[in-house]
Write a protein that binds this ligand. Structure first.
Ligand SMILES: CC(C)(COP(=O)(O)OP(=O)(O)OC[C@H]1O[C@@H](n2cnc3c(N)ncnc32)[C@H](O)[C@@H]1OP(=O)(O)O)[C@@H](O)C(=O)NCCC(=O)NCCS
Length: 182
């Protein structure tokens, strides 16, 4: 396919923010209004530095080195958005007891439906499983729900996420059981 998958680091933040904005404004315009997208961007659709520090976030580059996808998993409690403070022990989940999180999948609009999201998801699931987790949980956007349902995630509930100023986004809490390696 000519795509390079690698772990994201703190030097990638600008490119990741650019990709997230591009992906959200394009792909999610089928599912959310402009004001809903703008309210979510930089707020709940954002780079979580903690995942870069934990080395649980993937980046995908095309042959020219342009960032065209991102997504990962987390061993922290936060389900979406950015943490208030970094590397807090109390934010950690317990493998085998808590579900690991699947976090922040964004694909460049010119590269969607080529299986990149699915590949990122499989890589994330394998790492979480290797980390001792036996289930996964996430809050999906309406476009994300389609990817995650296709990969066996079950809907727990749909709800309106409050983004302030009277704006909400319809999102879906989902989970999946995976076999623990321990
Ligand atoms: C959700 C998203 C990451 C999916 O990435 P992607 O690389 O396009 O997904 P894939 O090509 O790997 O899709 C794998 C399968 O998931 C399902 N799927 C993914 N997107 C779909 C869509 N828009 N409509 C219907 N099915 C879809 C299909 O079954 C697809 O297989 P197929 O193309 O062979 O039919 C992408 O749409 C995106 O970036 N959305 C905007 C950002 C966002 O809201 N992210 C989710 C945060 S939770």
């Amino acid at each position: 396919m000519g795509f390079k998958f690698r772990k994201a680091n703190l030097n990638d933040i600008d490119e990741l923010e650019h990709l997230i904005e591009l992906s959200a404004k394009s792909i999610n315009s089928l599912f959310y209004t402009e004001s809903e997208i703008n309210a979510a961007l930089g707020n709940v659709w954002a780079v979580d530095k903690q995942l870069l520090i934990d080395q649980t976030y993937w980046i995908v580059e095309n042959l020219e080195g342009i960032v065209i996808g991102c997504g990962g998993w987390s061993k922290r409690k936060l389900l979406f958005g950015k943490p208030k403070s970094l590397t807090q022990t109390e934010s950690e989940l317990k493998p085998g007891l808590n579900p690991a999180r699947i976090r922040a999948f964004f694909i460049h609009p010119e590269y969607t439906r080529r299986g990149i999201g699915k590949k990122l998801l499989i890589k994330s699931e394998i790492e979480a499983q290797f980390g001792g987790y036996n289930s996964l949980e996430l809050v999906a956007t309406l476009s994300g729900e389609k990817l995650f349902s296709a990969q066996g995630y079950k809907k727990i509930k749909t709800f309106e996420l409050n983004l302030g100023n009277g704006i909400t986004n319809k999102v879906v809490l989902m989970n999946k059981t995976i076999a623990s390696t321990f």
